[in-house]
Ligand binder design. Structure first.
Ligand SMILES: O=C(O)c1cccc(C(=O)CC[C@H]2O[C@@H](n3cnc4c(=O)[nH]cnc43)[C@H](O)[C@@H]2O)c1
Length: 221
């Protein structure tokens, strides 16, 4: 994704993560795989910026992901209008209960809708829920269960909710964009298109920056 930014970048090592200052006003953080590491890395970068009196205005979680058919085919882009953790809760004899039904926590962050619209118009991305999972879906049964519980889900990834939790703790809005590299469902390595998805994501990033620079956070208030 650094290829989407024209200028030379400077790398800054943060505890547990590498930050790349692109010199364009956008910093790139290699936040790691999974919600816990992504949350820790994002919180570290947000805290470092706040301590330098240069807080961020927006966090964008970007990566490849699985797409739910037929809404998000391989190669398509999805911008989240809801960033929802799918497996944070308790399994009961009557099914899964999210932590919110246990009486605590959060399971969904909603990005500012004007930023979602700006991002999807600029990149051609579809908009819908992006689920965060700690275990990649690998069966048709699990895909069906997720779809039933989250009818608006278009994609799944492993970091969005962690990034959004860290951003929310700092009072900073968060977006999530995924380029679909594989279908959500039975594991099929032959169907993965990781290179194509990364190319689509890099192209989208080139358009996202200018679109979000003209986005005004106050439009959502
Ligand atoms: O081994 C597998 O079957 C498998 C299938 C899909 C993805 C993985 C990963 O280890 C992905 C790690 C990485 O990529 C994102 N990602 C990509 N596709 C998916 C997906 O279908 N479900 C969840 N995450 C996905 C994820 O955000 C990680 O950053 C392995």
């Amino acid at each position: 994704m650094a290829r989407a930014f024209p200028r030379a970048a400077t790398e800054v090592r943060l505890p547990g993560a590498l930050l790349c200052r692109t010199g364009t006003g956008w910093d790139l953080l290699a936040a790691g795989v999974g919600p816990a590491l992504a949350a820790a890395s994002t919180a570290g970068a947000l805290t470092a910026a706040a301590l330098e009196d240069a807080p961020y205005d927006l966090v964008v979680c970007a990566g490849i992901g699985g797409g739910f058919a037929p809404g998000a085919p391989v190669g398509s882009l999805v911008v989240a209008d809801a960033i929802t953790v799918a497996d944070l809760g308790a399994e009961t004899a009557d099914g899964f209960l999210p932590v919110t039904e246990l009486g605590f926590g959060t399971v969904t962050h909603r990005p500012p809708h004007t930023a979602v619209r700006a991002a999807s118009e600029a990149t051609g991305a579809r908009t819908g829920t992006i689920l965060t999972v700690s275990t990649v879906t690998g069966t048709a049964a699990r895909a069906t269960a997720l779809r039933e519980r989250h009818p608006g889900a278009l994609a799944e990834g492993m970091e969005g909710f962690g990034v959004a939790e860290a951003a929310a703790a700092h009072g900073v809005p968060a977006l999530e964009i995924r380029a679909v590299s594989n279908p959500v469902g039975p594991r099929d390595r032959a169907a993965w298109r990781i290179g194509d998805a990364l190319t689509a994501l890099t192209e989208a990033f080139g358009k996202l920056g200018p679109a979000l620079e003209s986005w005004n956070a106050h439009d959502d208030q």
